[in-house]
Each structure stands twice: as C-alpha cells, then as structure tokens.
Design a protein around this ligand. Structure first.
Ligand code: NAP
Length: 248
C-alpha cells in the first residue's frame, strides 16, 4: 500500500495482534509506517502474523497480558530492541460466557484478568516512557457490550465497561503530558471469537445492525490507525463505537 505513512518512525505494541481484529490493527499500523511488536501467548502465531506485515523490523513477543511482570518485560524488550514505544493498542481479549448463576470464579477472573487487568498492566508498563518523552497514544479495544450489557456475558460486559473507566481516567491523568488514551468499541466483528456462534443467533444479531452486515477487522483497524496518529492529536478520553449503528 502506498500513501501517507503518518506513523513512520513510531514503535507500536499490539496485544492480541496475531489474529482477528488485532491482526487487522497490526497490518494497519505497519501500513502507516510503524514498527509493530505483535504480542500474544502463542509466539508461533505471533511470528506468522509478523511475517505478513508490510515493511521491516516488526517482531513477535510471547506474553500473557494478565501477568504484570511479563508485561513489564515485553515493554522493556521492545524498547531496547526497537526504541521507545509511542503507540500501545490493548486488544487482547477473551470470552467465557455463562449465565450469572452458573458463572464460575475461574470464568469471571480469566475474563477480568485478561481484558481489564491486562490493559492496566500494559498501560502501567508503557506510560512511564511516554510521559517522559511527552508523546504517546493508547487505544483500548473494548466492546459495545461494555456500553449495553448482555445476558450471559456479565464478566465480559464488566471487563469492557471497566476499560471505559480506565480509558477516561488515563486520559485525564496523562493529557497534560501529551499522552492520549481512547477506546474503540466494536460491534459484531467477523473473527475466531464470533465464528462459533449458531447461525440463528448470527441472523438475529444481524437484524439488530442498521448497516445490515457484520463488521470486518479492517473496519476497526482503520479507526485505530486514525486514533494512533497525529490526525487525532486533540482527541482523548473518547469511546468510539464501530458497530454499523448497533448501539445507537
Ligand atoms: P480473537 O480472534 O479471539 O483474537 C484474540 C487475540 O488476543 C489473539 O491474538 C490471542 O492470542 C490474544 N490473547 C488472548 N488472550 C491473551 C492473553 N491473556 N495475553 C495475550 N494475548 C492474548 O479475538 P477478536 O475477535 O479479534 O477480538 C479482539 C478484541 O476485540 C478483544 O478484546 C475482543 O473482546 C474485542 N471485540 C471483539 C468483537 C468481535 O465481534 N469479534 C466485538 C467487540 C470487541 P493468543 O491466544 O495466542 O494469546
């Protein structure tokens, strides 16, 4: 792809960048000229993702974002290998759906620890450098479920609503240091996470999307690319739904 490479010279970390929405984001940031560090638990999958990115210098890192020490290590390794991190995309996320009365502690904790604590771990690890250099853009991938709630997803909805509070708080705390923090709340996007849903449920969901179609990872990635770059320099603390109008 040719065109304006607004992130040339920047180093970006994308958690969960090995597939789905995160892979789309990794491609979008690489196309914008960033060196991308793809983080996932499965290092081989992250390496495969890196191999397909435009440009040079991208690298794969294995890390469970729920582990704060591992997150600090990844940020330190990326910084010493590629230079200071100026873009952080917290995209890693999981679901463990269950109705409230049947939800096990493990299902609650795994989702909160990955989706919410994971973002906190990465933000805490990456922002010291951003604050010092007075430059940074953090994008958290939440969900319209964090705005709307959903039966059978109390853990997931709470984790994503928590991300909205985290986003606004980080935005307020770091704005004076020129570090921005926004969230993108996708609707129903075609990835592995949604691939297992029964056809009837997909049809029902689709009927609630004014745009009349499911989203693609690229629909989300374009907005993340914009928020990461200088064109969004005066935007912070926002939650932007990318959902074909589903959550209006
Ligand atoms: P996906 O296809 O299941 O991919 C998830 C990614 O996160 C993978 O790269 C996975 O790699 C990584 N990951 C999961 N747990 C991790 C952990 N503990 N540490 C590090 N990496 C981890 O999911 P997706 O559909 O692309 O979703 C991406 C994000 O968008 C999630 O936050 C999700 O909640 C959000 N979202 C998705 C939709 C949708 O409709 N698909 C809608 C709204 C929001 P490993 O398994 O190798 O770790």
């Amino acid at each position: 792809m040719t065109g304006f490479r607004e992130l040339a010279g920047s180093v970006a970390i994308v958690t969960g960048g090995s597939r789905g929405i995160g892979l789309g984001i990794s491609h979008a940031l690489a196309s914008a000229g960033a060196v991308v560090a793809v983080v996932a638990r499965d290092e081989a999958a992250a390496r495969d993702a890196v191999a397909g990115l435009e440009g040079d210098g991208h690298a794969a890192y294995s890390c469970d974002v729920a582990d704060g020490k591992a997150c600090r290590k990844v940020v330190a390794s990326v910084t010493s290998a590629h230079g200071p991190v100026s873009v952080l995309v917290n995209n890693a996320g999981v679901t463990r759906d269950n109705i409230l009365l049947r939800m096990r502690d493990e299902e609650w904790s795994r989702v909160i620890d990955t989706n919410l604590r994971g973002a906190f771990n990465m933000i805490r690890a990456a922002t010291r450098g951003m604050m010092k250099r007075r430059e940074g853009s953090i994008v958290n991938i939440s969900s319209v479920i964090g705005l709307m709630g959903n039966a059978g997803q109390a853990n997931y909805a709470a984790s994503k609503a928590g991300l909205h509070g985290l986003t606004r708080s980080v935005a307020k705390e770091l704005a004076s240091r020129n570090v921005r923090c926004n969230a993108v709340a996708p609707g129903f996007i075609r990835t592995d996470m949604t691939a297992g849903l029964p056809e009837g449920q997909v049809a029902e969901l689709k009927s609630r999307i004014p745009a009349g179609r499911l989203g693609e990872p690229e629909d989300v990635a374009g907005v993340v690319r914009f928020l990461a770059g200088p064109g969004a320099g005066y935007i912070t603390g926002q939650i932007i739904a990318v959902d074909g109008g589903m959550a209006m």
